[in-house]
Structure formats: structure tokens, C-alpha cells
Design a protein around this ligand. Structure first.
Ligand SMILES: NC(=O)c1ccc[n+]([C@@H]2O[C@H](COP(=O)([O-])OP(=O)(O)OC[C@H]3O[C@@H](n4cnc5c(N)ncnc54)[C@H](OP(=O)(O)O)[C@@H]3O)[C@@H](O)[C@H]2O)c1
Length: 316
């Protein structure tokens, strides 16, 4: 079969012939891939930089796909624990990690949307359990996952929504009640964050690094009752992998920091959430836009930024 093959973590995947290993055991099945999303997690895996990967070469990137089972049933599958990923004509998937898709659903749309949508869906349902009317701050709201998080939170019953990000023009028309820009004078950003979001119940943090610490300090300072729980869910780290967290902040605020991702939630628990999320996406209630690219162009397209607001999807 043809696949995007990584032979060095320093080079983009190349479109090559590759022998697919045989399925192992009765739960494994060969899925014909129709569309596979180029998510940040896929890029970091192909660069040998993702915390959950074993860095085996050669590898085929891709952690999820829309495809067809041998009986023709269309499915969405997750396959994030194998070096033979979804950016190929075929992938071996565990049947238990495949969710049937309703007829007529566009494969590219589902392949583009599931990963960014899942980040907030799992965080709000599995790491904390959002209650109707709770207010949510999304930090890093301008990316695909952040924009989706605003819609997912609303869909899951959130009350007031605050969105914080750098290029806030991208948030025009979003579900946010208030928008805070993260660029500019740090003191001014902190003041604006405190004013808009000091009383939120939940933070979905896609940035981490220095902006996350600044935001924690700003919210803590502005909060009227610091003993009221503030669930801080760490999801992405586009601004840096580490933070220096003042101990006093944890003692003086009921800040409950947790992460949401592969490992902090079991694969089984994530898969159990997928049908409901698929149903939401299939119903069009969480719109996202896919940018389809032929898999044969993977090497030349890999590092391209893609069109603004769209998620690139490779189509074999
Ligand atoms: N844990 C999970 O389950 C899970 C699932 C999906 C995604 N993620 C993670 O979530 C993060 C975002 O994913 P995505 O799909 O939304 O990626 P994306 O569509 O590529 O968006 C990334 C966004 O990050 C913003 N950004 C970059 N550097 C920043 C900084 N220093 N400060 C503030 N914003 C910054 C950019 O916004 P501007 O245009 O405003 O600069 C960009 O739009 C990634 O780290 C990804 O790995 C985690």
C-alpha cells in the first residue's frame, strides 16, 4: 500500500510503498482509510516529540481516521498506540476503538473535527464534570481546539464563556461572551483577564508556559472567594511545556490543576465518549472546516500552515 512514512524524525514523511503488518487477534481489523487529520499531536509524533510515543522508526504518522471496515461500514477510529498510523491507504485498528458513522457524513469533516473537539469534550466530561451554568475560560481559544472548546462548552451546558487568545480577530462570531487579548503589556493583560474571568469555575488551558502562570495569578488575585474551587484543566502547551508555579498560589487559592489527554483518561473511557461526540458532529452542531489534501502530496504539504481556521486532512 501507499503511506506517509517517517524514516528520520528530522524529515517530513515521504509518500512510499509500505507493507502493512497482518492484523493480530480477533479484535484487529484492516480499515480502508478515507481521511486522516493532521493534528498538532500527529506532527509532534512524526517529529519524535510526543510524550506518549515510543519513537520507533520507520513509522507512519496519524492517530485517527475515518475509514471503511471490510463490510463497508464507515467508522471513525483512534489508533494512537502503534507506529503504523492512519496516514496510509490502510490501517490496522482495534474494532473496539472504531465508532460507526451515520450514513451521509462527510469523512473529511469528521477526520478534521474529532481530535480538536475531543480535547474539550473529554476535559469537561471526564476530568471535571461540568454542571449546567458553570462559567468557563478558554485560554488559547484562537486555535482549532480552542474555538471548538467554546462551542463544546456551550453545548455541554456552560453559562458565561470567556475566550482568551493572541489573534483575537479569529474569534469574531464565536460563542464567547467576552474576549480577552493576550498580546501587549502583561500588566494590562492581567487586569483584563481578572476583570473578565476571575469568577470562572473552569479553565481550559491550551497554552501553558508563562501565559498560563500569568493568568493563574491574575484570576487568583481578582477572585472574591479564593476558597471557591477553580478547576484548571491543562490540555495543550503551545506557549511552552513547563511552568514555574509559586507555591503560595496553591496555598492561597483553591486551584485544582489537572491535565486531560492520553493517559490521564484511559483509552477505554475516551472511546466510550466517542459515539456521542460523533453524533454532535454529524448533526452539524459543532461545525469545523476540513482542508483536504491528497496523501501523495504529504511531503511537500507537511510543514505548510494550512488555511486559517481549517484543519488539514490527508485523503489517500
Ligand atoms: N490533550 C488533548 O486531548 C489535546 C487534544 C487536541 C489538541 N491538544 C493540544 O492543544 C493545542 C492546540 O491544538 P489545536 O488543534 O487548536 O492547534 P492549532 O489549530 O494549530 O492552534 C494552535 C493555536 O495556538 C496559538 N498559539 C501558539 N502559540 C501561542 C502562545 N505563545 N500563546 C497563545 N497562543 C498561542 C495560535 O493562536 P494565534 O493564532 O492566536 O497565535 C494557534 O492558533 C496543541 O498543543 C495540541 O497538541 C490537546
Amino acid at each position: 500500500m501507499h503511506a506517509a512514512v517517517v524514516r528520520s524524525f528530522d524529515h517530513a514523511p515521504r509518500y512510499e510503498d509500505f507493507d502493512l503488518p497482518a492484523p493480530n487477534g480477533e479484535d484487529e481489523v484492516v480499515v480502508k482509510v478515507l481521511a486522516a487529520g493532521l493534528h498538532p499531536r500527529v506532527r509532534s509524533g512524526a517529529a519524535g516529540a510526543h510524550y506518549a510515543d515510543e519513537r520507533v522508526l520507520p513509522m507512519i504518522p496519524g492517530i485517527d481516521a475515518v475509514g471503511e471496515l471490510p463490510d463497508g461500514q464507515r467508522v471513525y477510529c483512534v489508533v494512537h498506540d502503534t507506529p503504523f498510523g492512519t496516514m496510509a491507504e490502510q490501517v490496522i485498528a482495534d474494532r473496539r476503538r472504531c465508532v460507526a458513522l451515520p450514513a451521509g457524513v462527510d469523512p473529511a469533516t469528521i477526520a478534521a473535527a474529532m481530535n480538536p473537539a475531543m480535547s474539550s469534550w473529554i476535559a469537561l466530561r471526564m476530568r471535571t464534570q461540568i454542571k449546567p451554568g458553570q462559567s468557563v475560560l478558554v485560554i488559547g481559544a484562537t486555535g482549532n481546539a480552542g474555538q471548538m472548546a467554546l462551542q463544546v462548552a456551550k453545548r455541554l451546558g456552560a453559562g458565561r464563556l470567556v475566550a482568551a487568545g493572541r489573534e483575537i480577530d479569529k474569534l469574531a462570531g464565536s460563542a464567547a461572551d467576552q474576549i480577552v487579548g493576550l498580546k501587549g503589556d502583561p500588566a494590562e493583560v492581567a487586569r483584563a483577564l481578572a476583570e473578565a474571568a476571575a469568577e470562572v469555575d473552569i479553565v481550559l488551558d491550551y497554552v501553558w508556559g508563562e501565559p498560563a502562570v500569568q493568568a493563574m495569578m491574575a484570576l487568583a488575585k481578582g477572585r472574591k472567594d479564593r476558597s471557591r474551587p477553580l478547576d484548571w484543566i491543562q490540555i495543550g502547551s503551545v506557549a511552552g511545556p513547563d511552568i514555574a508555579l509559586p507555591s503560595a498560589l496553591l496555598r492561597s487559592t483553591n486551584l485544582r490543576i489537572m491535565g486531560s489527554g492520553q493517559g490521564s483518561v484511559s483509552a477505554r473511557a475516551i472511546v466510550a465518549e466517542l459515539p456521542q461526540l460523533v453524533a454532535e458532529l454529524a448533526a452539524g452542531s459543532l461545525p469545523v472546516v476540513a482542508e483536504s489534501v491528497p496523501l501523495a502530496k504529504v511531503e511537500e504539504t507537511w510543514s505548510a500552515k494550512g488555511s486559517e481556521g481549517k484543519r488539514m486532512v490527508f485523503v489517500p
